[in-house]
Design a protein around this ligand. Sequence first.
Ligand SMILES: [Fe+2]
Length: 387
Amino acid sequence: MKDQKIYMGPQTPETSLDEFFAGMEIKHVFLVCGRSIRFLRLNDYFSSLEERLGIRVTRFSDYKPNPAYESAVKGTELFRKEGCDCIVAVGGGSAMDVAKCVKLFATLDPSVSYLEQSYEDNGIPFLAVPTTAGTGSEATHFAVIYDGGKKLSVAHESSVPQAVVFDPSVLASLPDYQRRATMMDALCHAIESCWSVKADEKSREIAKEAIWQVLSAKDAYLANAPEGNRDMLLAANLAGKAINLTQTTAGHAMCYRLTGIFGISHGHAAALCVSVLWPFMIKHAGECIDPEGADTLRQVFAELADLWGTLTMQEAAAQFGILVKELGLDTLKKPDDETAGPVEASEEVIDELADSVNLQRLKNNPVALTREEIVFLYKEIFRRYGG
Ligand SMILES: [Fe+2]
């Protein structure tokens, strides 16, 4: 995989984009962006691009969070109809997902489902401007889309944006809950990548560096300081690079339905899952299914303890739980949910959650989890965070 070009100062994001477009001799940009782009400085940049540099811009915002396959098809049709020669994604994970699909689908046969065709590198220039520091989606080669409500992963090496422009100012207006939850998403990516069965020495170095950067940038980022925003964007990108190599594990496999049932954000749900999974795995390290063996897994837990500056691996996992609490994420409720009372852990809800677990991601977990153990972990989440 080619190295991704990262633009991060000292020049402005606008100058970086000018440089990219000039270098690639771009004539017509296909801009995948959420409607919230109108609150960003970059909105003016794209509005004036044709007048300034003669580069046309076709905008595409016709997609929702957890984008549908149909939206990606619509985007692909528009890309073709307008004769665009470059894709730019400005936004969070959903914008990246749609843009990746358009990039892969653009040169395929439109008379056959794009999901049934094989992908190849079509050379269409692709640049990303992430507007949250969390998903790391700008660094991964998979896009998540929904076909008839079914979650699918569309993956190909060439869907990784070849360049990323980081603009720390986009994080200045990030709502507080999103700020905290997306940081935890990045942290969970890096932690899960460390212990994934697909991890190797190289991926672990990247993941550990990402953890170090998240923890180092945390306070300044939570205080919305420009340097904190800058450093967290880079940390989340690094965590994205780690899961691009290893994918995520049981924490992410378990978190998706929690977001659907309780309306909490993805990073929040992932943090709750990892907070119960981590101590459980330390306890069950002896049941490791990773060919690298239980000792390597214990070594990973020890390295995580080093990163957290704790004496024992159990204390590091406990510190993660304390961080969840400090961030006010120790609940299964949305921050604006005023309804009183605890969240009930009914058998039906637990069953629904256990049925929802992504089996492919579960295979990346170094400790095999039975359905009973998954039920136990969900009950633990309700016990800790439901009341
Ligand atoms: Fe995630």
